[in-house]
Design a protein around this ligand. Structure first.
Ligand code: ASP
Length: 283
């Protein structure tokens, strides 16, 4: 199994060594899995459980003080599932798996996604607040949501942050990609970014599997994961495709992101235009 995971494109994190250890442990957890889909699920599961990443426990909070999680999963055979806007759901990746395998749909949102998760034994009553997020939120004084203009002005001021997680894996001719997030700090309540959108935060085909991170609105408009996958399909190796993808993304959007990819030959690549993007790899 060739497996590569990222811990988000952003600024230099506090305590990068601990985060690196957690990324490496998460990759180990996935490397023994039976197939690429199980591998990315196991890896992301570990990262969602860590308060040091913006996914599951430790997720960013939205402007109404509620944490909502999103994830998207895809395999080379087109099997795809995503879920978004889920308060209390630590393992959004597991809900994406349920959507992919148990429904005829690609994306489920909010309370109905939570009800589906419950029906398939995915826990939905998690406390996703990390100590750091709790303190940061307590220092803010958000204007009431009833004062729409003032609230939106405040959202524009506060909105930002990264550290989403993702993993891509290949074994033989099977590939899978999974990305999971709490979105971005102080986004307007109900905002959904790139992560559960096919071709934006995640993509897989018979050629490659790709996971993106960074400014979600720009990633979604540009279609970053699909762009990198198409470039690999056209013959580029993953490292070149990720570099080219980031150059084109920056030219088109002027925004910040990172992307990782693996192809069916087991070659990996990653690129980012943020200050840092930590990755862990099985080989
Ligand atoms: N892409 C994520 C979002 O916009 C944020 C991140 O990558 O950390 O929801």
């Amino acid at each position: 199994m060739q497996l590569l995971a990222h811990g988000g494109a952003g600024g230099d994190p506090d305590d990068p060594e601990t985060r690196q250890q957690q990324l490496d442990r998460a990759v180990q957890a996935g490397a023994d899995a039976d197939d690429p889909e199980a591998a990315v699920l196991a890896t992301v599961h570990e990262l969602e459980a860590s308060p040091r990443f913006n996914a599951g426990s430790g997720s960013a909070v939205q402007s109404d003080g509620v944490i909502r999680t999103d994830a998207g999963l895809m395999r080379e055979d087109g099997t795809t599932g995503a879920a978004c806007s889920m308060p209390g759901v630590e393992h959004a990746g597991d809900v994406a798996r349920v959507v992919a395998h148990e429904t005829p749909h690609v994306l489920l949102a909010g309370e109905n996604a939570i009800a589906l998760a419950e029906a398939f034994d995915v826990a939905t009553d998690g406390d996703l607040w990390s100590e750091q997020q709790r303190q940061r939120w307590a220092e803010l004084d958000p204007p009431d949501t009833d004062d729409r203009g003032e609230h939106l002005r405040w959202v524009r001021e506060q909105f930002g942050g990264t550290d989403t997680v993702g993993a891509v894996a290949v074994e033989g001719n099977r590939l899978a990609a999974l990305t999971s997030t709490g979105g971005r700090w102080c986004a307007l309540a109900g905002r959904v970014g790139d992560v559960p959108q096919v071709g934006a935060g995640f993509y897989a085909s018979e050629h490659a599997a790709v996971s993106a991170t960074g400014a979600g609105e720009a990633i979604a408009r540009f279609g970053l994961s699909r762009w990198v996958d198409d470039t690999i399909a056209d013959g580029a190796d993953p490292a070149t495709a990720c570099e080219r993808g980031m150059t084109a993304f920056e030219e088109a959007t002027g925004d910040t992101a990172g992307v990782i990819a693996v192809d069916r030959e087991g070659r990996t690549g990653g690129a980012f235009n943020s200050d840092s993007m930590q990755t862990g790899s099985s080989r």
